[in-house]
Ligand binder design. Structure first.
Ligand SMILES: CC(C)(COP(=O)(O)OP(=O)(O)OC[C@H]1O[C@@H](n2cnc3c(N)ncnc32)[C@H](O)[C@@H]1OP(=O)(O)O)[C@@H](O)C(=O)NCCC(=O)NCCS
Length: 198
């Protein structure tokens, strides 16, 4: 193993030093703060922290599936439970929280679990509020504020986020966010797969 690779491995190990589990092949670009108290991360996790620092934090239970991508400036703050499924992408500056941190009208804040289903893509600067469950292969358009649960395989947009249309996928496609790096069956990146049908 070369010096560069050893350095990268050390950086990954340092970044996830407080996590309970991190799968193989994690990639860390920049210096995110990952100090959540109860954090488990699956395989092939990619986290970037470039133009803005990325934060994964809080005393709650965070579970992140396989093949997840968290982009620069994302904040994931957890007091009770945040579950991020397999193949989810959180774009630049997405904010996911399970607590409002402050109550209003003299009431204390009431944290409520948040979940984001497999293959879902949350667009840049979207906000996912406490108590929300987002389904599988959902696209949350950039800048949306998700205040209520979202069913599987739909596009939602706006503030508050509203249903725009259902989404349909070819059989080989696992994720709402498709690109040349896809690991889904049919992707050219996946050495075991055939090219997707034209
Ligand atoms: C949702 C998105 C993928 C476009 O999907 P699309 O299927 O091409 O959607 P369309 O452009 O046809 O828009 C469909 C409707 O949703 C609305 N819409 C799309 N994006 C929206 C947004 N971000 N906020 C509010 N409304 C939006 C459109 O105005 C349109 O409304 P209409 O039917 O009343 O005219 C794109 O708008 C988007 O948000 N991309 C995210 C990009 C991003 O965050 N990249 C991150 C890089 S790390």
């Amino acid at each position: 193993m070369g010096l560069k690779e050893r350095r990268e491995r050390r950086h990954v190990a340092r970044t996830f030093a407080t996590a309970r589990r991190v799968g193989d092949d994690a990639v860390v670009i920049g210096s995110p703060i990952v100090d959540a108290a109860d954090l488990e991360i699956g395989q092939r996790f990619v986290i970037w922290s470039a133009h803005r620092q990325t934060l994964v934090s809080g005393p709650g239970r965070i579970r992140i599936g396989d093949g997840v991508f968290i982009n620069s400036g994302v904040v994931v703050y957890c007091e009770v439970a945040i579950t991020i499924g397999d193949d989810v992408a959180l774009a630049n500056e997405v904010y996911v929280m399970d607590t409002s941190s402050h109550g209003i009208e003299g009431r204390n804040p009431e944290p409520a679990p948040v979940s984001i289903g497999d293959g879902t893509w949350v667009g840049a600067r979207a906000i996912v509020l406490p108590g929300v469950a987002i389904g599988r292969r959902v696209v949350v358009a950039a800048g949306s504020v998700v205040t209520k649960d979202v069913p599987d395989e739909v596009l939602v947009a706006g503030n508050p986020a509203r249903l725009v249309r259902p989404l349909s996928y070819p059989a080989y496609c696992r994720r709402a966010w498709h690109d040349v790096y896809c690991f889904c069956p049919g992707s050219l990146r996946n050495p075991e797969s055939e090219p997707p049908p034209a």
